[in-house]
Write a protein that binds this ligand. Structure first.
Ligand SMILES: [Ca+2]
Length: 254
């Protein structure tokens, strides 16, 4: 589905060929036309999805790994509501964690922006951690365990920048209704210095536009989705996720 280079290349090549034998003084005509045309062709006709993490695209194999402590589990129902299969991260009673980790088939790097888009619904208003921009490595190998983290807590979706030294800095929050789907779009400009940034849209509304954040740790980062929290071991928490995507712009994952 990538049409970004080939069509423009061939048409511009046609113009340069016809422009190679015009009379003097008329060169500007094909040149101007070519310039005008190249602007049009430079506009992408299709959003580029770098990673399709929908449950319909191979199930849990879209993740690098599944981290669900027994007896927690991921199931993939199809509720015949147009979404097809969805992921149901089910953190069972007696367990702290059920998460999908990483983006299978992609090695993420710093120095660029990643946009992630998905739909999200939780069973309760207290699913605790529902998203982590998780650092690779062990605690000794990290300056930041999770530079960006989101929780559903007290029926709000909350997002933090967690700076080096485990310094939790609230970046914003928005009301959250359990049992209702929400459209999430999260952009992270991944930087090893504090010149990084992240932005969060919920149901099309800008909730956070955080600048001056260190968003890339020593060994790099990957996303995680699910439900995790030591304070909710005694209750079942389910986080349903559909339509996961990764791209370079918000439009790619919209
Ligand atoms: Ca689906």
């Amino acid at each position: 589905m990538q049409h970004s280079v080939a069509p423009g290349t061939s048409r511009l090549a046609l113009f340069s060929r016809s422009g190679s034998r015009p009379r003097r003084g008329r060169l500007f005509v094909p040149t101007a036309l070519a310039a005008a045309l190249s602007l049009v062709l430079a506009t992408p006709a299709h959003a580029t999805v770098e990673w399709n993490g929908d449950a319909d695209n191979g199930g849990t194999a879209v993740f690098d790994s599944i981290l669900c402590d027994s007896p927690s589990y991921v199931y993939q129902p199809d509720w015949a509501d147009g979404r097809g299969k969805i992921f149901g991260f089910t953190k069972a009673v007696g367990s702290e964690r059920c998460e999908g980790h990483g983006v299978a088939g992609h090695t993420l790097t710093s120095g660029r922006t990643y946009w992630f888009g998905w739909e999200s619904m939780t069973k309760t208003g207290n699913a605790q951690t529902v998203f982590q921009w998780k650092s690779w490595g062990t605690a000794e190998e990290q300056e930041q365990n999770y530079p960006v983290i989101m929780k559903v807590e007290d029926s709000r979706l909350k997002i933090w920048y967690v700076a080096p030294g485990e310094q939790w800095i609230s970046a914003g929050s928005v009301a959250w209704t359990p049992g209702t789907w929400n459209k999430i779009e999260l952009g992270i400009d991944a930087r090893t210095s504090t010149s990084g940034s992240f932005a969060l849209y919920v149901n099309g509304q800008l909730v956070v536009d955080r600048q001056n954040a260190r968003t890339w740790d020593l060994k790099g980062n990957v996303p995680r989705w699910g439900s995790y929290g030591s304070t909710i071991v005694g209750v079942e928490s389910v986080h349903w996720v559909d339509g996961l995507k990764m791209g370079t712009t918000r439009a790619d994952v919209d």
